[in-house]
Ligand binder design. Structure first.
Ligand code: SF4
Length: 354
């Protein structure tokens, strides 16, 4: 009985895929490097946003050795705006690892692919099935949603139990003779048909057997056990204009936005007057405050960043203490990769100058 239901699901998904698959630039590609590139870009990114980045990366770095030989600042600059920057760092580190330690040859087994930095079970299954036709099922948020609704699984998806349960079920329904098609079908069905907020249940070919549809649970499945709490952080950026130069620094700590650039920054516990609090790297007496911006906001998965830009001028030279700061010409700001919140501030600033 259970097997019948699995086979029904498998057949219906593949039938649906035969007429609905989305033509995307990385589909049908067998080159593991290109597949890997597309999968890393699409982690935590929509297809609409990721496609342009995929094309840029494929064009700039057509092979794994091209990517391995690229300067890290160039890779980060090309990634700018896509978010989750650890992906770009891992991409670059892995390309170097493949080029040097593996003689430029991409691993050919699921287990080998899984050892690459930044590659988890989902990406390894995608690469293994698309490049080598290996029978490994992809399991991600889309797959959790589709399986949980169709089979009526109520286990909260953010638990260890669910991880094992869904992995086993995804493996049981996988068509092992066509793993690439089946995985692609699951990805497309979850992304375009059985979507989180507006699934197309009425015209769904699986609806007669779909538990969520039959029991009116589509809106409540999949379930989650915890509510996510976002921590709010307050960043005060010091935009210090010294003649035609401005100071920036690279974020080197293991924190958000590692390896991106920013203005010298003072983090506070709330919106605060930083001029009162003082700073260990600058003497505010030597600066003239020109403008204090309104707070800008950026939402990340687990954090909310509130940033205030404090614009100063000074007639003195080399005003900042510490080697981490670089003084660059203002017109060169465009050559550095910044977090989105700083990009937005800079764009608005340029607009107001005209
Ligand atoms: S009937 Fe609705 S909930 Fe069930 S699989 Fe189809 S789209 Fe998803």
């Amino acid at each position: 009985m259970e097997e019948d239901k699995n086979l029904y699901f498998q057949k219906k998904i593949l039938d649906w895929f035969a007429t609905h698959h989305r033509p995307l630039p990385w589909k049908g590609v067998r080159n593991p490097y290109i597949i890997w590139l597309s999968e890393i870009i699409l982690q935590q990114t929509t297809v609409a946003q990721g496609t342009a980045y995929f094309e840029k990366f494929r064009q700039h770095y057509p092979s794994v050795s091209d990517l391995a030989n690229a300067p890290s600042d160039d890779v980060m600059k090309l990634w700018e705006g896509l978010g989750y920057y650890s992906r770009a760092r891992n991409l670059h580190a892995t390309a170097k690892h493949i080029a040097t330690e593996l003689n430029g040859a991409f691993p050919t087994t699921y287990e080998g692919i899984l050892t690459l930095k930044g590659v988890g079970p989902y990406t390894a299954a995608a690469i293994a099935s698309f490049a080598y036709d290996l029978p490994h099922a992809v399991v991600d948020g889309n797959v959790y949603r589709v399986l949980s609704r169709f089979f009526g699984i109520e286990t909260p998806i953010d638990t260890t139990e669910a991880k094992h349960q869904f992995a086993a079920l995804a493996d049981a329904v996988l068509d092992k003779s066509r793993p690439a098609d089946f995985n692609q079908a699951m990805m497309d069905f979850g992304a375009t048909h059985c979507t989180p907020a507006t699934p197309k249940c009425v015209q769904c070919p699986l609806k007669t057997e779909c538990v969520a549809f039959k029991e009116d649970k589509v809106a409540v499945l999949p379930k989650k056990s915890k509510k996510m709490v976002r921590k709010t952080r307050f960043f005060n950026y010091l935009v210090i204009n010294e003649n035609d130069g401005v100071y920036i620094q690279k974020r080197t700590e293991k924190d958000i936005w590692q390896d991106l650039y920013e203005f010298p920054m003072i983090e506070t516990d709330e919106l605060a007057d930083i001029l009162r609090g003082g700073s260990e790297f600058v003497d505010f007496q030597k600066l003239t405050l020109v403008k204090q911006s309104q707070p800008y906001q950026q939402l990340l998965t687990h954090q909310k960043i509130v940033a205030v830009f404090w614009e100063f001028s000074t007639s003195q030279a080399d005003i900042l203490r510490g080697e981490v700061f670089q003084k660059i010409r203002r017109e060169d700001l465009k050559n550095f990769a910044f977090p989105k919140i700083i990009d937005i501030y800079l764009k608005e600033k340029v607009l107001t100058l005209f």
